[in-house]
Design a protein around this ligand. Structure first.
Ligand SMILES: *Cc1c(COP(=O)(O)O)cnc(C)c1O
Length: 227
């Protein structure tokens, strides 16, 4: 077995270890393999192990991949949204994690094909503007959620947050707890909400412990350092 596949299995074992400790089921943590900058071949290798959720950041690159891979995979757009690329997100992807404003939401909604299923969307939240730049603030989150919930081609599934720039585990926990609190509040208002996309290679453990339901992992699979 090649390295990428070994790395994936190591990662899955890590997830099982973490979830066992806190009495969560490992199946409740959905793994998005972040395949930005990765070849079609590498994606196929991972997919051959039964993984089907992939995350992409750049439209140009992802069009090639999505159109070239025959296998039915679930594609998640996790990058910054540029308005001139919105139609590709609407037509090629199954999920979009990075919605930050009503304008983008409306444009996405309007670009979805008539008979296509709704696009699953997450709002990118920023609970601390000093720690990360992208994402919307708490006040705007509730306004945007309401707006999205009224758009018929979008299905509001929850929140996404980027990691904070620190390897300090306790600081990660603090940040993730804040995100989780907001997620829990929003979930009470909208029954369609079931997803907290939180956790990357360097903060996956604190994210899972804090209640994440979806982690986005690239480095640990394709280019592992010592985590
Ligand atoms: C690249 C990226 C990831 C993956 O991060 P790794 O540290 O490589 O695991 C996750 N989320 C977003 C939004 C990304 O851009």
């Amino acid at each position: 077995m090649n390295n990428i596949q070994k790395n994936l299995i190591n990662l899955q074992n890590k997830i099982i270890k973490i979830t066992n400790k806190i009495h969560r089921k490992s199946q409740d943590i959905k793994l998005i393999v972040v395949s930005k900058n990765q070849s079609i071949n590498n994606i196929k290798k991972i997919a051959s192990l039964g993984i089907f959720r992939f995350g992409e950041n750049y439209i140009q690159e992802s069009i090639q991949k999505i159109q070239n891979i025959q296998k039915k995979l679930e594609w998640h757009f996790i990058g910054k949204i540029q308005s001139n690329k919105i139609k590709y997100i609407a037509q090629l992807f199954h999920w979009c994690h990075s919605i930050e404003n009503t304008k983008t939401a409306l444009l996405l909604n309007n670009k979805i094909n008539k008979n296509a299923p709704p696009l699953n969307v997450l709002i990118q939240l920023n609970v601390n503007k000093e720690l990360t730049k992208q994402g919307i603030t708490l006040n705007n989150l509730f306004i945007l959620s309401k707006y999205i919930s009224q758009l018929s081609n979008l299905k509001l599934r929850g929140i996404m947050a980027l990691p904070i720039f620190t390897n300090n585990y306790n600081k990660q926990l603090q940040h993730h707890a804040q995100v989780y609190t907001v997620f829990a509040k929003l979930k009470k208002i909208y029954p369609s909400i079931d997803t907290l996309s939180l956790g990357t290679s360097h903060d996956m453990k604190s994210a899972i412990i804090s209640g994440s339901t979806m982690i986005r992992i690239g480095t640990q699979i394709f280019n592992p350092k010592n985590y």
